[in-house]
Design a protein around this ligand. Structure first.
Ligand SMILES: [Zn+2]
Length: 1026
């Protein structure tokens, strides 16, 4: 995986979690207290302890060590969290754009000395209960993290990771498969033309089809033109074919060495065991070297620079005539200065975040562009940080105006500074972030410290956030112009700044295809007949290797018997407040209170359903009660950890054609702010503001832009949603709320010259949705705060009682399901049921401006509580690992592909950034034949079970405990029954399930494809073209 980091924490949004999250287990002896017993100077397994620091803010103890022989650095964060994490990070500083660190990141995972089987990394996904496994290439480091809640599993994964990183095979064949190669289009036919293939080659073509990534890449390359940041660490598609296997091995020898490594461990497992294993299995085998990988400081410019780049036009952009991007990027200070970094990142938030910030007022509100440029604000991922400000979705003729506004705004800030209340709101936000227990805390920490540590900054200092806060308050007290002075020196008087514009070029894709073709011909011209024969034979060899059944027995594995037999129980209490059902769940929330309300939309007229996502996007942002939208935003930041609304389509666990529809309101706050938070909700219920057209237009444009930008990143989700559309009533609504239909609808709204019709629609939706009659609530808080929370909720319900009105549901068939299965006469969820629903087959093709495809085929099967659902879950996992991965990724060259059993009883095949289209559809078919033939082993089944259970048992944070039950009515008992059915799945039930549900002729399936122009599909009348 390749990522261009923005700020470390922000970039986590883009990390692909495999749907897994951590648990909080209370232990009798605290890992955090035990770690305090280490002494500086103490020697442990070849390491010396350098520093031991309690970090009470984050509930952890940090232990810093150095490896004596090699100089490898080590940081352990002891914390009472069972979701333990390991990561090793190497400083990788390439000097060309061949993508050498990225291709290396892929190839080291293809087999190592102790684990020589092909692809141990992907195989471990099925032999472990990991909660996260991945690898990333950033601009100047490569990181290999994993996490798991099981101690034995931790050892197994650690062994595989260490061997992969320090002793990889790096076979030539791995380099061809993962990097690039010339090969006959059909490798079995020497007469077919030679083409470029390779996983990274295709991945980067995909990454560069996203205009936001293109822009971010150029900006970084041009702002730091003198060293490693001037090249593309992920690989520029046309430079990748310049890399040789020899260069790859050389890069490994110099960069993947302990003297160039930083190890990080996190969680409640004992540090000494980790050190012992790392020493014995890896570090003891090395001597110290001088890796010479430092990044020198960027020489400063004496005058500002300007540059221009082009991109492909975006058919889904909200306004096709406004597709230009312009931003000014400033070089800031060295990120290893922790306090300066803290100050600048805070300053950046003050300048750009939310409707009260000066740049929001000066750039967003005049609607010159659709949103800020994709790169915006503080970026601490390079040795010297940067700050960028600008717009996307703007007209070319506004260029000068935007530049002038940016300069003017900076002058205004220097003159006026910031309101004290905004600074307080920001510090409040930091307090909430420290208290909120995210389920991937270890991973967040690893990412948070990675960049500064990479340049020898002190990671422990970074963790001591309240010290920085205190220092910041002190600095402000001593000099009220502290922030203004920073703005003056870093922005006004800084000559090292780049103005970069980007505009669409109608023939951009053509030009790129032509350049690729030229590169290809250049390579082919250099080949002798002997070379061509060689290529053909190597292609066959690779195909044979990919098709061979793999012996993975060298790899460690957990057994099915290592899986916990029972689901842990979450206690909830059912009650009522003001006539509305409430679920209370006591949790160790560190003094935060989490509030949710589910409001069904059964009474909403059908023609308004398309507007519901827009309603959710704006309902907490337009102002309410006596507050205009600016004041509301300020109050939200000062008093809450956020307030939001989202659409919900919840399939029933028993019936395929039954589902619940609604919106979920969510918010959190510190205990002391509970009354303020409910006051804000009361105002939203009682008197939301909808009539500010200017404000609405800003929000609409940002939504439309965000949706349009997201497609090239999550195209497979859009393909899956579309493929499911005609298979169940829930699938249909899902497409309305979050599919291509919604993207196009928002584009239409954004293009409307006048939004008065939308302004008339929103209050109508509000009447149906914010109605206590159709509502149920949930509260997660500490036991001490529960009764107070209940009292506050009671008074909130009283405040909004005027919105209560009984209305007739729009659809006739409503199914009542009791919230508490033991109390059938108690309050219930009201589900829509369509017993006469007729699923139908449909194949839809969306032509998109991407060079790669996203494909999905979706099959209607059985719901959660059905006996065969468990078999289908295991089957999807097994087909992905044992068949589809090989066909779609290894042979086909797609970035990813597989099958997945969805919550609504829909079995979906998919591919991600795929150079093929019809070939992948036939790989799906072949996967079904493979499953029906039963040519898989007990080992294959057990591995699929491990993999399914690692998702089922993924940790849930205190904020989200009990939420599954609250939303979908699935109780711990129902979960336990499903668990037992998963354990019971065997060879016969898998073959039966494949035959019964996926077998040709009996299937009810849909297909959707997003991709470039496609002649085969165009000629096939069974496809609908969009
Ligand atoms: Zn990659």
């Amino acid at each position: 995986m390749f990522r261009l980091t923005r700020t470390a924490l922000q970039s986590l949004k883009r990390v692909r979690f495999s749907g897994q999250q951590p648990t909080w287990r209370q232990r009798s002896s605290s890992a955090r207290e035990e770690a305090l017993h280490y002494q500086p100077g103490q020697k442990i397994h070849g390491f010396t302890v350098k520093e031991v620091v309690a970090v009470p803010d984050l509930f952890l103890t940090a232990v810093k060590l150095t490896h004596d022989k090699t100089g490898a650095q080590y940081l352990h964060a002891a914390r009472d969290d069972s979701n333990n994490l390991f990561s090793v990070q190497l400083r990788t500083t390439p000097m060309d754009s061949t993508g050498v660190p990225h291709i290396l990141e892929h190839t080291v995972l293809c087999g190592s000395e102790k684990y020589p089987c092909r692809d141990p990394f992907f195989k471990m996904l099925n032999r472990s209960l990991s909660t996260f496994m991945n690898a990333f290439t950033a601009s100047d480091y490569t990181m290999y993290p994993f996490s798991t809640q099981n101690g034995k599993d931790f050892q197994n994964l650690l062994s595989v990771y260490l061997d992969a990183v320090f002793f990889p095979c790096l076979r030539e064949q791995d380099f061809w498969q993962e990097g690039w190669r010339l090969e006959n289009e059909d490798p079995t036919d020497a007469t077919t033309p030679l083409v470029f293939k390779g996983v990274v080659f295709n991945e980067m073509k995909g990454a560069f089809s996203d205009n936001e990534s293109v822009y971010a890449q150029h900006l970084q390359n041009k702002l730091y033109p003198d060293h490693t940041y001037s090249v593309v660490s992920g690989g520029e598609p046309l430079a990748i074919p310049e890399l040789t296997w020899e260069q790859l091995r050389q890069f490994h020898a110099t960069h993947y060495h302990p003297s160039n490594a930083r190890f990080f461990t996190y969680g409640d497992l004992p540090l000494e065991n980790h050190l012992k294993q790392i020493q014995e299995e890896a570090l003891s085998k090395f001597e110290r070297i001088n890796p010479n990988t430092e990044v020198p400081s960027q020489p400063l410019w004496t005058s500002p620079r300007e540059d221009h780049v082009t991109c492909s036009p975006d058919a889904l952009a909200p306004d096709p005539t406004r597709q230009n991007t312009l931003c000014v990027s400033y070089l800031l200070g060295d990120i290893t200065d922790t306090f300066e970094g803290f100050t600048l990142s805070l300053l950046s938030s003050l300048m750009i975040s939310g409707p009260n910030s000066p740049f929001y007022k000066s750039l967003i509100e005049p609607k010159i562009g659709s949103d800020f440029s994709s790169v915006v604000g503080y970026d601490g991922s390079t040795k010297e940080a940067s700050f960028s400000i600008g717009l996307q979705g703007m007209a070319e003729e506004d260029t000068e105006r935007v530049k002038q506004i940016i300069n003017q705004t900076i002058d205004d800030i220097i003159e006026n500074g910031f309101e004290e209340e905004r600074i307080e709101a920001l510090i409040h936000k930091i307090e909430i972030q420290m208290k909120h227990q995210s389920t991937n805390f270890g991973l967040s920490l690893a990412s948070y410290i990675a960049s500064s540590w990479n340049h020898d900054g002190d990671p422990v200092e970074l963790l001591r956030i309240s010290e920085s806060v205190a220092k910041f308050r002190q600095a402000l007290k001593e000099n009220p112009r502290f922030l203004q002075d920073k703005v003056k020196s870093y922005f006004k008087e800084n000559a090292h700044r780049l103005t970069l514009s980007m505009s669409p070029d109608e023939v951009y894709l053509e030009k790129q295809a032509k350049a690729e073709e030229e590169k290809l011909q250049e390579k082919i011209r250099a080949l002798s007949d002997g070379d061509k024969k060689d290529i053909y034979e190597k292609g066959l060899e690779l195909l044979a290797a990919q098709s061979k059944t793999q012996d993975a027995s060298c790899l460690p594995a957990l057994k099915v018997s290592d899986i916990e037999p029972t689901t842990p129980v979450t206690h909830v209490q059912m009650s009522a407040a003001g006539g509305v059902p409430v679920q209370y769940c006591e949790q160790p929330t560190n003094g935060l209170v989490y509030f949710r309300a589910m409001c069904n939309l059964n009474t909403l007229p059908e023609d308004l359903r398309l507007y519901v996502p827009l309603f959710c996007s704006v309902i907490t942002k337009m102002g309410c009660g006596a507050l205009d939208y600016r004041q509301q935003s300020q109050q939200k930041e000062l008093r809450t950890g956020g307030m939001s609304a989202s659409t919900q389509v919840i399939p029933d666990s028993d019936l395929m054609d039954t589902f619940e529809q609604g919106i979920l309101l969510s918010s959190s706050c510190l205990e002391r702010n509970l009354p303020h938070m409910f006051q804000l909700w009361s105002d939203i219920f009682n008197s939301p503001h909808f009539d500010n057209e200017e404000r609405l237009r800003v929000l609409v444009m940002m939504c439309a832009q965000e949706l349009a930008n997201g497609i090239s990143y999550s195209g497979h989700m859009y393909a899956m949603t579309r493929a499911a559309r005609h298979l169940t009533p829930a699938g249909d609504l899902q497409e309305t709320f979050g599919g291509m239909d919604q993207v196009k609808f928002m584009k239409r709204i954004a293009e409307m010259p006048n939004l008065s019709q939308v302004i008339r629609t929103l209050p109508r939706i509000k009447k149906h949705l914010l109605n206590p009659e159709n509502m149920r609530c949930a509260i997660n808080a500490t036991p001490q705060k529960m009764s107070d929370s209940a009292a506050q909720l009671e008074s909130f319900m009283k405040d909004v009682a005027g919105n209560r009105k009984e209305r007739k549901p729009v659809r006739a068939n409503i199914l009542n399901k009791p919230l508490d299965p033991l109390d059938v006469s108690g309050p219930s969820r009201k589900l829509i049921t369509e017993p006469t629903f007729q699923p139908c087959q449909m194949k839809t093709f969306f032509q998109m401006p991407f060079p790669v495809n996203f494909i999905s085929e979706c099959v209607r099967t059985v719901p959660f509580s059905h006996q065969d659902n468990a078999s289908l879950c295991i089957l999807a996992r097994m087909m992905s690992a044992k068949f589809l991965h090989g066909e779609i990724r290894e042979k086909g060259g797609a970035y990813g592909g597989g099958a997945k059993m969805g919550g609504g009883g829909l079995f979906s095949f998919y591919s991600y950034r795929d150079p093929n289209s019809v070939q992948t559809l036939s790989a799906f078919r072949k996967g079904i034949d493979w499953a029906k033939s039963g040519k898989f082993t007990q080992q294959d089944i057990d591995e699929a079970k491990l993999s399914v259970f690692s998702a089922v048992d993924s940790p849930v944070g205190p904020a989200d405990k009990g939420m599954g039950r609250f939303l979908s009515g699935v109780t711990d008992e129902m979960r336990q029954s499903h668990r037992q059915r998963l354990f019971a799945v065997d060879h016969k039930s898998l073959v039966d399930a494949a035959d019964r549900y996926l077998g040709l002729g009996q299937r009810t399936c849909g297909v959707a494809l997003l991709g470039p122009e496609n002649d085969i599909i165009k000629k096939d009348p069974s496809w609908i073209l969009k």
